[in-house]
Design a protein around this ligand. Structure first.
Ligand SMILES: C[S@@+](CC[C@H](N)C(=O)[O-])C[C@H]1O[C@@H](n2cnc3c(N)ncnc32)[C@H](O)[C@@H]1O
Length: 229
């Protein structure tokens, strides 16, 4: 007997924006991909080989234009950084800035972060994950697209070292309430610090492009630091 199951639709946390890529972003992707880019493939990354050294690794999900990611990589040469973004112009901008700063401790993957975490990051390999100003998906019927939900959090818990850090931030009050609720029920993360502020007290990070956008709209900012058990 054949079953007529409808095909399973993957719930994505993003819709690919068709934003224009500038010639300099295009050039950066072409000229510096070999130095900064990593392809998505279903094979675990050997981070010591990728960075040609052994160091703690910070992973940023949805880095946008990457300005804050590059700034962090410049300020922390002792750490490795991996940035994941689906928006190609943003990745081009990030690689351009990394090349200008001539840093060696950053790599970029242009792909869905959930699949990168699942396919390419070994368990307990990360010391920190940043998810800053994730798309808020404000409509109720879209809440399932929010990254701060079980599929992402289960992967984050598996990929972070014990005692590793998960940093979250949002400028959407309803997403902040959602994050409080979802994280309250998790036994694999302990809250270290939560801040509500007006852009003046970012929690161990620099101000981001979307944070500035939220502040201009009069939004407050929420920051969380969780520790992985
Ligand atoms: C609201 S923007 C915030 C960008 C940046 N963090 C900032 O604060 O300026 C969210 C970003 O996450 C990216 N994104 C959403 N879901 C993603 C996923 N599953 N994997 C990788 N990037 C994702 C989007 O393309 C977008 O650039």
């Amino acid at each position: 007997m054949t079953q007529n199951n409808p095909p399973q639709r993957t719930i994505r946390s993003f819709v690919r924006r068709t934003g224009r890529i500038t010639p300099s972003q295009q050039r950066a992707l072409r000229d510096h991909w070999g130095r900064y880019g990593l392809p998505h493939k279903p094979q675990m990354l050997q981070l010591d080989d990728v960075f040609d050294r052994s160091a703690e690794t910070v992973l940023e999900v949805g880095f946008g234009n990457g300005d804050t990611l590059v700034q962090a990589a410049i300020e922390h040469p002792e750490l490795n950084f991996i940035g994941i973004e689906v928006h190609e112009p943003g990745a081009g901008h990030c690689i351009l800035k990394a090349a200008e700063a001539d840093i060696d401790n950053l790599r970029i993957i242009i792909h869905d972060a959930l699949e990168v975490l699942r396919d390419q990051i070994a368990d307990r390999a990360l010391s920190r994950i940043n998810l800053l100003f994730a798309d808020p998906w404000p409509k109720k019927r879209h809440h399932k697209r929010r990254l701060v939900n079980a599929p992402f959090l289960d992967l984050a818990a598996a990929k972070l070292s014990r005692g590793g850090a998960l940093f979250l931030a949002t400028d959407w009050e309803n997403y902040a309430e959602h994050i409080d609720e979802v994280m309250h029920d998790r036994t694999d993360f302990t809250l270290v610090e939560r801040r509500k502020h007006v852009g003046d007290q970012p929690l161990d990070r620099h101000m981001t492009k979307f944070e500035k956008r939220g502040l201009k709209r009069g939004h407050s900012i929420w920051d969380w630091h969780f520790e992985c058990r």
